[in-house]
Ligand binder design. Structure first.
Ligand code: FAD
Ligand code: NAD
Length: 475
């Protein structure tokens, strides 16, 4: 530690700015490896976007609203008779808040257990070895440190001319806390957030219209998933306006009046809504961080560039998570946090960007790992595909969820698995069988020669791997 330390409030090996999945996981791993670590967080609670206003509250509401839908429409086929089912939005929200509180509090406990200093306030990089923290009451302290990690995450992106007020025009944050079910909700963007939160409010009775700029929903997933999920969500009652852009949003006395027109231009029309959810992506968050003090210049879209060890243009300043771009997912941020901590502790960590699962928690779930059919075609890689529907699977029939499929893509020459795409019951769990196989560079044959329990949903993965070799038994 430098001899400036006497002049400072605290001296550290590593100061991490941001206590989300990237920052808090990195802090714990670095402390486990013997580094003296502080994590600076300005939100008032740890866990970042994910635990406070992202993954966890959205999954809590998805679960509650799914139970409601199941109880209302899904139980009769099992011979179950219940009376009229109702719900209480306030109670759902309270359950969600309780889960968030328990989890964010849990990280504080983990920090204490691992001797990570949790410093509350906004962190600003003053120079390459000093982070100043401004607490909510305006008081300041300076932390002297050998290394700094930026894990400041991302924030909601909006559209020009559309002002989010979190009441009538909401981001995901507002959509996670609506006081009552809107009659009409327009969702701008048919991506992860639009489909998940659109599903929540549709299940609870809102008329949901999704306006998507492109001609397919979840555009980064395999085309078969986009197509089939689109069909399933339509059947569930969601309305879609594809290849359509929103050009203006005007708040009226009772709601919002949206002007939309074909993405390629053409006649405009008006959509009325009580609530509009803007879900067109997220942007890196670096406001007030003091990047200018150390000469770090974000790229045009605001992301911080790093090398393969997460080092920025300044030798002792690193960055991880949403703020460096790539897949804006909590588990990607966590893995980067661990890799960074291990690198700083002198180890040689490994991060495999080819095997990061992506899951949309609609019902049924959609999950992908590795390359999509479209990517393989674009890259000119010769591949073979095996696709098997859940309708051919005994367990799916007993569960009563036969929509969807598993698709395995394997290299035409080596048979190595290049991508797996699952739409159907428990897809977000099933996909991890494929992720492990891919991490070990398995072939489609390795996958199908692995004995799978019967009757399980995972048997569809085995069958799809068999279908790559045109030897599927069940379909
Ligand atoms: P963040 O979680 O954004 O954390 C950054 C933290 O840094 C924030 O708490 C912020 O307050 C703090 N901070 C910023 N600047 C400063 C500063 N100067 N000083 C102090 N603190 C600062 N991902 C999934 O994998 N699965 C999901 O199911 C999922 N669902 C989502 C649902 C929604 C509605 C949203 C919005 C996102 C969802 N995500 C999901 C994405 C996931 O939340 C992010 O990818 C993840 O949180 C990124 O982690 P991070 O640590 O990089 O940043
Ligand atoms: P997204 O990138 O998933 O989807 C945005 C959608 O909006 C795309 O389909 C895009 O084509 C569309 N779009 C963009 N501009 C538009 C416009 N002007 N008009 C109409 N449509 C437009 O972004 P998101 O849904 O906002 O989510 C942000 C990020 O949060 C995601 O990228 C994801 O990484 C993360 N997230 C993950 C999960 C999960 O893992 N289950 C859940 C929620 C969010």
């Amino acid at each position: 530690m430098s001899d400036k330390s006497d002049a400072f409030d605290q001296a550290y090996d590593l100061v991490i700015i941001g206590g989300g999945p990237g920052g808090y996981v990195s802090a714990i791993r670095a402390a486990q490896l013997g580094l003296k670590v502080a994590c600076v967080e300005m939100r008032g609670t740890l866990g970042g976007t994910c635990l406070n206003i992202g993954c966890i509250p959205s999954k809590a509401l998805l679960e509650s609203s799914h139970h409601y839908e199941e109880a209302s429409h899904g139980l009769a086929e099992h011979g179950l008779k219940i009376g009229k089912v109702g719900f209480d939005v306030k109670a759902m929200m309270a359950r969600k808040e309780k889960i968030v509180g328990e989890l964010t509090g849990g990280i504080e406990f983990l920090f204490r257990k691992n001797k990570v200093d949790y410093i509350r306030g906004r962190g600003t990089i003053l120079d390459t070895d000093t982070v100043e923290v401004t607490a909510e009451d305006g008081s300041k302290q300076q932390l002297l440190t050998d290394t700094i990690a930026i894990a400041t995450g991302s924030d909601v992106a909006s559209l020009p001319g559309i002002e989010i007020d979190e009441k009538r025009i909401v981001s995901s944050t507002g959509a996670l806390s609506l006081p009552k079910v809107p009659k009409k909700m327009v969702v701008i963007g048919g991506g992860f957030i639009g489909l998940e939160l659109g599903s929540v409010w549709r299940r609870l009775g809102a008329e949901v219209t999704v306006v998507e700029f492109l001609d397919r929903i979840v555009p980064n997933m395999d085309g078969d998933i986009s197509k089939t999920l689109h069909r399933i969500l339509k059947k569930q009652g969601m309305t879609f306006r594809m290849s359509t852009k929103v050009t203006a949003a005007k708040k009226t006395r009772s709601g919002v009046s949206l002007t939309v027109e074909p993405a390629k231009g053409g006649e405009s029309e008006t959509l009325e809504a009580d609530v509009v959810l803007v879900a067109v992506g997220r942007r890196p968050f670096t406001e007030g961080l003091g990047l200018e003090n150390v000469g770090i210049v974000p790229d045009q879209r605001g992301f911080i560039a790093v090398d393969k060890h997460y080092r920025t243009s300044v030798a002792n300043i690193f960055a991880i998570g949403d703020v460096i771009g790539g897949a804006m997912l909590a588990h990607k941020a966590e893995e980067e946090g661990i890799a960074l901590a291990e690198y700083l502790a002198g180890q040689r960590p490994h991060m495999n960007y080819d095997v990061i699962p992506g899951i949309v928690y609609t019902h049924p779930e959609a999950a992908s790992v590795g390359k999509t059919t479209e990517q393989l075609r674009e890259e000119g890689i010769e591949f073979r595909a095996g696709k098997i529907p859940f309708s051919s699977n005994a367990r799916a029939k007993t569960v009563g969820e036969t929509d969807g499929f598993v698709k395995v893509l394997a290299d035409a020459t080596t048979d190595r698995i290049l991508g797996v795409h699952v739409l159907g019951p428990e897809a977000g769990t099933i996909i991890h069988e494929a992720a492990v196989a891919m991490e070990f560079e398995a072939t489609a044959e390795d996958l199908f020669r692995t004995c799978h329990g019967h009757p399980t949903l995972n048997e569809v993965v085995k069958e799809a791997a068999m279908a790559v070799h045109k030897r599927s038994i069940s379909a």
